[in-house]
Design a protein around this ligand. Structure first.
Ligand SMILES: NC(=O)c1ccc[n+]([C@@H]2O[C@H](COP(=O)([O-])OP(=O)(O)OC[C@H]3O[C@@H](n4cnc5c(N)ncnc54)[C@H](O)[C@@H]3O)[C@@H](O)[C@H]2O)c1
Ligand SMILES: [Zn+2]
Length: 363
């Protein structure tokens, strides 16, 4: 079985990536030495699809398990949901040798991970990510959290999972648009650190869109390796980890300016990556051919690259300046100098940003 290790000293953990492994989770947790009761956190969409397989596997391995099913949606990624999870854990008398299993996308993973980090000052947790975005991004790296009415992910912790268990077969039921949004983050890994991955995504678009197993496994594994490598060098985002935010300065501003209603996160990031590549080009850092290459790949996966003409530019620019990654007023960008290499630029001229944004609106 293929695994990627996230190297963090005595908190090192494996990411297992394979097909049809959902039914093996129980025996894997036995090997890890967990004890009953466990808790399984999922939502009303994912639990009916995969909950029975996971529950059966746990019970065959002798685990008792408290099932906690939340409503589906980002709007339920709240302190109230985290409290609901904690309530259920207390009721089921989970102790410090127990563990919480998150079965679902990033919303469930972030919320269940957060609950695990605060329950009795922290218990173990296991990620079973079922969206492509969660498999290549949110389940790896230990950022947990919930939203506050004043901002997304404003309440959270760093709390690493003990195990990430990725069954590629779960992607078969994922809505197409969610799949493509996940591919956007994989394209990001190619641009920030792996030209071969970028080229591979271009060559194999047809296989990937057809959910061909070996190809999917390769791109998920490579993405996890890149993220694991960055996280093990800079767990708390004091330095290099910030390059994972390529495409996100513009992407987040776009999500804010459209009230989180128009784009999925990965779609906003797709537009953000192209605009930020244009900024790099305008600053003389990145060759025009590379910008065209990025646009071509985004289009190959049906991802958007244009900013809607009717967006409120005032909100857009205000959001960019308020981005929590902005350091003391200047807007910081992660900009590529070629596909496969990026650097942090802390004083990007506003004129280049405005020009790149205008270009993206004219498309
Ligand atoms: N912790 C991190 O480092 C990190 C990184 C990136 C994103 N995030 C967070 O992740 C969240 C987004 O995650 P997401 O994109 O997975 O969204 P999501 O969890 O909302 O999942 C998207 C939709 O797909 C459904 N779904 C999940 N798996 C399915 C499957 N196999 N078949 C059918 N439907 C399925 C979900 O129920 C939901 O309706 C955001 O809250 C974001 O802040 C966290
Ligand atoms: Zn992202």
């Amino acid at each position: 079985m293929k695994t990627v290790q996230v190297e963090l000293g005595n908190r090192t953990y494996p990411i297992t990536i394979s097909k049809g492994i959902l039914e093996d989770i129980g025996s894997s947790l036995s090997r890890f030495g967990f004890s009953s009761p466990l808790a399984l956190v999922s939502n009303t969409t994912v639990f009916p699809l995969y909950g029975a397989t996971v529950s059966r596997s746990l019970s065959l391995s002798g685990f008792s398990c408290k099932e906690i099913i939340l409503p589906d949606g980002e709007e339920y990624k709240t302190l109230a949901s985290a409290e609901k999870i904690v309530d259920a854990l207390l009721q089921a008398r989970l102790d410090r040798k127990s563990a919480i299993i998150a079965l679902g996308g990033g919303v469930i993973g972030d919320g269940a991970g957060f609950a695990a980090s605060i329950y009795k000052r922290g218990i173990d947790f296991i990620q079973i990510p079922t969206t492509l975005l969660a498999q290549v991004d949110s389940s790896v790296g230990g950022k947990t959290g919930v939203n506050h009415p004043r901002g997304k992910n404003m309440i959270g912790t760093f709390w690493q999972p003990r195990l990430v268990w990725i069954d590629i077969d779960t992607l078969a039921s994922l809505p197409r648009r969610e799949l493509l949004a996940g591919i956007s983050e994989i394209i990001k890994y190619g641009i920030i650190g792996d030209r071969d991955l970028f080229d591979y995504l271009e060559r194999t678009a047809r296989n990937i869109l057809g959910l061909e197993g070996d190809t999917l496994r390769h791109i998920i594994r490579r993405s996890c390796q890149i993220k694991a490598d960055i996280v093990s060098r800079d767990e708390r985002e004091g330095g290099i980890r910030t390059i994972l935010n390529f495409g996100h300065t513009i992407g987040h501003a776009l999500e804010t300016a459209t009230g989180y209603k128009v784009f999925l996160h990965g779609e906003a990031v797709a537009i953000g990556m192209l605009v930020e590549a244009e900024i790099a080009n305008l600053m003389g850092l990145l060759h025009h051919e590379e910008v065209l290459g990025i646009r071509r790949l985004l289009h190959a996966y049906g991802l958007p690259t244009a900013i809607p003409r009717d967006i409120d530019l005032e909100i857009f620019f205000a959001a960019m300046k308020l981005d929590k990654k902005a350091v003391s007023g200047t807007i910081r960008f992660i900009l590529p100098d070629r596909i496969g290499s990026v650097a942090v630029h802390s004083s990007v001229p506003e004129s280049a940003i405005r020009k790149a944004v205008e270009q993206a609106m004219e498309q």
